[in-house]
Design a protein around this ligand. Structure first.
Ligand SMILES: Cc1ncc(COP(=O)(O)O)c(C=O)c1O
Length: 341
């Protein structure tokens, strides 16, 4: 190997979410109102074993990123949208709704107090607000928690594609539902617990990365990402309804694609239509962690379907690069998606 072909070894990075920044921000809801939040060292919280969340799963969360630009400044991507989604999740679970201004301040404080932990691009600081019911009452199955805790955690994360953009292998599950019908658009832990069993089973049996849930033959989303089909200047993704999480990345990509002249169709589509579409198209998963990740193979009822040429498609790469450039401050932000921290 000569000098020109030698690659520089990249030091191994911790897995996504496995490292937490040193400080967290905590607020409590007691006697009908949110108390002032405070910064604490990231660590264990006192929780009563009778707490509502431990019995009746009254909890929801959010996940989004703050980026360090080349000039050193730090910017949060679509803070308001994530706060609104958290408030909507809280309402669906009859939890005390976080105050939008207070939660925004908690997020900005979490960034400020962990400023040194914000990696340079392509890394980011992942923000994870969590909300859970703390009232100690084990007989409250049919009653909401009157007390709650809101915590903003931060975690430095590195490039999801450090090993290169590998096309994903996806199992199409038309048997299981990912969530209870009314919980699809709620970001609550129970949904992930429900998807875990089928996902591990599919990984074991079919060596796939993820499961695409399509109960009754209608495509919804994977365990932690939304789903897109792409073919000759045309994008297709499921229309917003109660069955799946309304991804902020999905919304950003739809906006960007429309502005670039792509035709974007939002409607219900079937597994049969998807399998026909991918023969000459692209498929991709969208979400905060990976932005847009290309699918190379679909596995359905024992058959394997190659997506396009089996590699990450050109439109997937183009839209991903466009969005990442905005997030990292290398392209203009006409929609005002970034908030300076
Ligand atoms: C179930 C599910 N769907 C979709 C998404 C993508 O949402 P977003 O783009 O807001 O990260 C996520 C990730 O948060 C998710 O957990």
């Amino acid at each position: 190997m000569n000098a020109a072909t030698q690659s520089i070894p990249v030091p191994p990075r911790p897995a996504f979410g496995s490292v937490l920044a040193p400080n967290m921000v905590v607020a409590e809801f007691v006697e009908g109102r949110w108390r002032a939040h405070e910064v604490r060292a990231t660590g264990p919280l006192p929780i009563h074993p009778g707490a509502h969340v431990l019995h009746y799963s009254s909890s929801c969360f959010e996940g989004f990123k703050a980026y360090r630009w080349a000039d050193g400044s730090i910017h949060v991507f679509r803070l308001r949208s994530h706060i609104e989604r958290m408030r909507q999740s809280a309402r669906a679970l009859v939890l005390p709704e976080p105050d939008a201004a207070q939660l925004a301040d908690m997020v900005l404080t979490a960034i400020d107090r962990n400023r040194d932990a914000v990696p340079e691009a392509p890394g980011a600081l992942y923000l994870r607000p969590i909300l859970f019911g703390t009232t100690p009452n084990i007989g409250a199955a049919a009653a909401p928690s009157s007390e709650a805790m809101l915590v903003v955690l931060a975690s430095p994360v590195w490039d999801y594609f450090a090993g290169g953009m590998k096309p994903l292998r996806i199992f199409v599950d038309d048997e299981h539902t990912r969530t209870a019908a009314q919980m699809g658009r709620v970001k609550t832990g129970g949904n992930y617990a429900a998807a875990l069993g089928p996902t591990l089973e599919a990984r074991r049996r079919h060596r796939v990365d993820q499961v695409l849930f399509a109960p009754g033959g209608e495509v919804q989303e994977t365990g932690a990402a939304n789903f897109f089909l792409v073919r000759s200047g045309h994008l297709l993704t499921r229309s917003l309804d109660a069955t799946f999480l309304h991804g902020v990345t999905r919304d950003s990509l739809v906006t960007l694609a429309r502005a670039r002249g792509f035709k974007v169709e939002e409607r219900v589509f079937t597994v049969a239509e998807m399998l026909e579409w991918v023969a000459s198209g692209e498929a991709a998963l969208s979400g905060t962690a990976a932005v847009l990740a290309g699918v190379g193979t679909l596995v359905h009822r024992g058959e394997e379907y190659r997506v396009g040429d089996g590699e990450v498609g050109p439109v997937t790469r183009e839209l991903r690069a466009l969005l990442v450039a905005i997030q990292e401050g290398r392209a203009p932000d006409p929609e005002g998606w970034l908030t300076r921290a």
